[in-house]
Design a protein around this ligand. Structure first.
Ligand code: SF4
Ligand code: SF4
Length: 145
C-alpha cells in the first residue's frame, strides 16, 4: 500500500502544515501503541460534541515525529490516520464512508491500489475502535474537511 512518488514530490505537506490539512487524529489504540515507544507527551485528548479522540501535538505547525530528512520517526507504528491519508472516513448512523481528502494537492492522482489497500487496512482496524472514537474522529474530519 504505497502512495508512490507523489508524496516525495509533494514534500510531506500533510506532516508539515497540519493545521491546513487538519489535525492528526489518534484512536485510543493508536495512542497506547505510540505511548509504549515514546516517553515524551505527543498527543492530547480532545472531546467533541458526541465523542472523543486524541490529537497529535504540533511544533511550528509540524508533527513532532517528522524528521529533518522528511521521514517519519514512528513510521512502523504511526497512527491509522497517517497510514491511510489522504483517505479519510466519516462515521454516521453506524455506517463508515471513505473518501479522499481534497486538501492533498495530489488527490486526483491517488493510485486506485492505494485507495483499495488503505480502505481494507482501515476496515480491519476500525472494528476495534470504540463508537466514541469513531464519532470523535468524524467530527474532527467534518470540521477539517
Ligand atoms: S498524502 Fe498528499 S499531502 Fe500527504 S505527502 Fe502525500 S501527496 Fe502530500
Ligand atoms: S506521525 Fe509520521 S506520518 Fe504521521 S504526521 Fe507525523 S511524521 Fe507524518
Amino acid at each position: 500500500m504505497e502512495m508512490g512518488d507523489v508524496c516525495q514530490v509533494c514534500g510531506q505537506q500533510c506532516c508539515r502544515k497540519t493545521e491546513k490539512f487538519g489535525r492528526i487524529a489518534l484512536s485510543e489504540k493508536d495512542f497506547l501503541r505510540i505511548e509504549f515507544h515514546v516517553k515524551e507527551p505527543f498527543a492530547r485528548r480532545f472531546h467533541s460534541k458526541n465523542g472523543w479522540i486524541y490529537l497529535m501535538e504540533l511544533r511550528d505547525e509540524k508533527c513532532t515525529f517528522l524528521r529533518t530528512d522528511g521521514k517519519c520517526s514512528i513510521n512502523s507504528f504511526k497512527p491509522l490516520d497517517c497510514k491511510i491519508y489522504p483517505l479519510l472516513f466519516h462515521y454516521s448512523d453506524g455506517q463508515i464512508t471513505f473518501f479522499v481528502s481534497f486538501r492533498c494537492p495530489f488527490h486526483h492522482q491517488v493510485p486506485e491500489e492505494f485507495i483499495e489497500g488503505a480502505t481494507q487496512e482501515a476496515q480491519k482496524e476500525l472494528v476495534e475502535w470504540s463508537e466514541q472514537n469513531l464519532k470523535g474522529y468524524s467530527e474532527i474530519v467534518s470540521s477539517n474537511g
